[in-house]
Design a binder for this molecule. Sequence first.
Ligand code: DGY
Length: 326
Amino acid sequence: MKPAILIARAIFPEIIERLSGYFDVESNQEDIIFTAPELLAKLKGKQGVLCTASARLNAELLAQLPALKMVANMAVGYDNLDLPACTARGVMASNTPDVLNETTADFAWALLMATARRVTESEHWLRAGKWNKWSYDAFLGADIHGATLGIIGMGRIGQAVARRSMGFDMRVVYHNRSRLTDQQESYANNAVYVSKEELLKTADHVILVLPYSTETHHTIGAAELLMMKPSATLVNLARGGIVDDVALIAALRQQKIAAAGLDVFENEPKFHPDFLTLKNVVLTPHIASASEATRRAMANCAADNLIAGLSHQRPPNLLNPAVFVN
Ligand code: DGY
């Protein structure tokens, strides 16, 4: 008998086909967002699950799933999983790192440039039929080239963002849990390690690419926003909760910073409605990794992990190696 698995969200049909070669698959192509009791009912008796960041796999849920052996998260971030609880219960967990680095870094630039150069704001104005003459001061924004870029979270995505800044002759400062090696710093456009405070005070553009955890909750709040230059832009493509959205709304409204570009939000997809009242914010629906090729690569990466884990092989992106028994 094949092991039973759940694919918790809609996915590329070829992934279902691929996994069906190994498993008895229950899929969710209607893309219902399961409540916690529904998810529990769907997972009962399943040995594996392929899920996304929208599924909360916490200790309470895991305690009721003795058959579960493997959770393959289709995301690099895994703050939706209680990893210690997975480990305590002997459940392997994996994520999808690396395959999305370059696509996500591309998007950081899309968001930064749209924000600093007021692309969406001016397009809305044009679409509203308000454009009747060229003006010297219409939609003046901030330059990217020659500016100082501050990156908080200098993992693989952060480094890919930094590399792209070379073409814009930017100076890069970064803050991270640990300092990069000299070689990594030089490859990342000679990025200079600084304190969070110095970064916020000196950067013209700040990009957040750090993982969410209780320690990084509200890394950017009212105090940090006050440290930033009034002309600065802030881009968040990491996770909702890294920024205190209420404090950001106040800072944008009072023009304590110039603008923000946000791909992630607290409580998404039910983000704070006041963002919609602000012109100096660019809003996108958590799509930084959403290129056709990369989303397929992420889905296949999650599938690779699940197949390995449930075939007594070490999943390539195992997050809790202590659990692996061959
Ligand atoms: C990730 O991979 O973490 C993206 O944010 C998608 O959830």
